[in-house]
Design a binder for this molecule. Structure first.
Ligand code: ZN
Length: 344
């Protein structure tokens, strides 16, 4: 019986050494150490042995069992290590390979135009003010001298949420809101950039949503010549030193007198061409002296304070500066268009 055990031990040791995978080891364990294995069989047959031989055989059987078990465990650890090493080698990353290029985005052209214009006006002492895009009828129209039945409202039809709540058609309500905060004391010197909405059919030059920047300066002794001086500075810094300006009479309900600002045509230098419709001038924004009614409604005394206001379309300024012929390019997120502005 002892010989049989020694035989089993040698057999198992050889098999364990030859085992090439964890699965094979598992099978060996079941075969030799399992409940139906040969070692168990030997132990079961111990009853037939003479009493003095039993302890010897029992001891030997346990030794064989332990030896085989520890050998299996050892081999198991080795195989696991080998498997891990092989896996790591297979999955290793070659860090010397060149990386895939990442497409870098850039600021949207409208954002850079706004920031450029903001910088110019901040340089002249203006601060930037913002307000809500969902406005009340009062701030968007009435406080700007456009009572409910005013015909000029037709030019600014918009999206109504209720009879009193709407999407603002201009950034002018920010002017009123800011003036109210000043409680009748000047100076007020702000520019207000932001999105505005109109019930317009979209085409090459119109959009139901676009961006405006408005400016407002209210203080004592503010005259139209101050407005012209600010415009001269602004146009030269935005469009270039050699551009001329002119003010042309116009009408807005919230300013009196009102004027359009024209800039000399860059293409023909003022001689007249197709772009400027042979006039030599290009219209860029609307402006005027703040209407006394607007000042009064915002808590300012029109006998003491005067001021000017102006408003420009950001898209128009971007189109004029970069020669863009369709306003819709700004909203369609076409990278072929946007990537042209990476260095702007
Ligand atoms: Zn021209």
């Amino acid at each position: 019986m002892l010989d049989r055990l020694q035989e089993l031990k040698d057999e198992a040791i050889t098999k364990v050494k030859e085992a090439g995978s964890l699965n094979e080891l598992r099978d060996i364990r079941v075969t030799y150490l399992g409940k139906k294995g040969p070692i168990t069989e030997v132990l079961k047959g111990m009853g037939k042995l003479p009493a003095e031989e039993r302890p010897k055989v029992g001891q030997m059987a346990n030794e064989v069992r332990e030896a085989v078990a520890s050998l299996i465990a050892e081999r198991e650890t080795r195989l696991e290590e080998e498997a891990l090493t092989a896996k790591l080698q297979k999955e290793s990353i070659d860090i010397t390979l060149p990386g895939r290029p990442v497409n870098k985005g850039s600021r949207h052209p409208l954002t850079s135009v706004i920031e450029t214009i903001e910088d110019i006006f901040i340089g002249m002492g203006f601060t930037v003010a913002e307000g809500p895009e969902v406005e009340t009828d009062y701030y968007n129209f009435e406080s700007l001298n456009l009572p409910k039945d005013h015909p000029a409202r037709d030019m600014q039809d918009t999206f109504f949420i209720t009879n009193e709540l709407l999407l603002r058609t201009q950034t002018s309500p920010v002017q009123t809101r800011t003036m109210e905060k000043h409680e009748g004391r000047g100076p007020v010197k702000i520019i207000c950039p932001g999105k505005v909405y109109r019930r317009d059919e979209d085409d090459a030059t119109h959009s139901h949503q676009f961006m405006q920047i408005e400016g407002l300066l209210v203080d004592e002794n503010i005259r139209m010549s101050d407005l012209k001086g600010i415009f001269e500075q602004f146009v030269k810094r935005y469009f270039g030193e050699n551009r001329e300006i002119r003010l042309r009479p116009s009408y807005f309900p919230f300013t009196e007198p009102s004027a359009e600002l024209d800039v000399s045509c860059a293409i023909c230098g003022g001689k007249g061409c197709r772009t400027c419709k042979q006039t030599g001038w290009i219209e860029v924004l609307g402006s005027g002296m703040v209407h006394p009614n607007v000042l009064r409604m915002s808590g300012f005394d029109p006998e003491k304070y005067t001021g000017f206001a102006f408003g420009m379309g950001v898209e128009r300024f971007a189109m004029l500066k970069y020669g863009v012929d369709d306003i819709r390019h700004f909203y369609t997120n076409d990278t072929r268009f946007l990537s042209q502005f990476t260095r702007v």
